[in-house]
Ligand binder design. Sequence first.
Ligand SMILES: *Cc1c(COP(=O)(O)O)cnc(C)c1O
Length: 222
Amino acid sequence: MSVESKWQEIQTNIAEACNSCGRDLKEITVVAVTKYVTVERAREALAAGIIDLGENRMTGFLEKYEAIGDDARWHFIGSLQSRKVKEIIREVDYIHSLDRKSLAKEINKRAESPVSCYVQVNVSGEESKHGLALDEVEEFIEWLKDYPNVHVVGLMTMAPHVDDEEMLRGTFRKLRAMRDRIRDKHYPHAPCKELSMGMSNDYKLAIEEGATCIRLGSSLVG
Ligand SMILES: *Cc1c(COP(=O)(O)O)cnc(C)c1O
């Protein structure tokens, strides 16, 4: 199916999810995750009117960026090795995977201006997942105040791969509660208004629980 027609279907679903909880469609940013697909398919997403593209690996990111350039807004959503930061720091618009002090220091050092970052949280505590534990998040974000090139726009999580709706909602609610706590501190370096949560299998629930950024791969571009 073309990206165009998948995108229409997804927009309908997003509108329904927004309706069901009284949210405004405009609050939701959709990142097309192009990690499984070719540059051509990524271009199709742009042609369909999607401007946010996401990649989770360095090689995929650089390959797509070199082909497409600044026509898109670029999200790095995968785990990021500190020594690789310099390879993407000029190209990237959002980093969704800030999860440790060494990475923050490297971003701060390599960036020439503040970089929009999401702090990644491992809400469910699964060993296979990256991210800070919920109870580490506040201290970490406070610590970031001395690193002016790290600008915390929000929190990000990957929910467990389950069909259990209550478990998914619980995960999203915990992230949202933490987002609210940090946002309400009004830190200049960490406005923390955004919630990057929801993927192909759970984005409707994520929207109902407050997501402002959803990351869609398989359901949107294949
Ligand atoms: C792959 C990936 C996605 C998209 O996954 P789908 O289930 O294909 O929508 C979203 N976020 C992250 C961090 C990913 O690695």
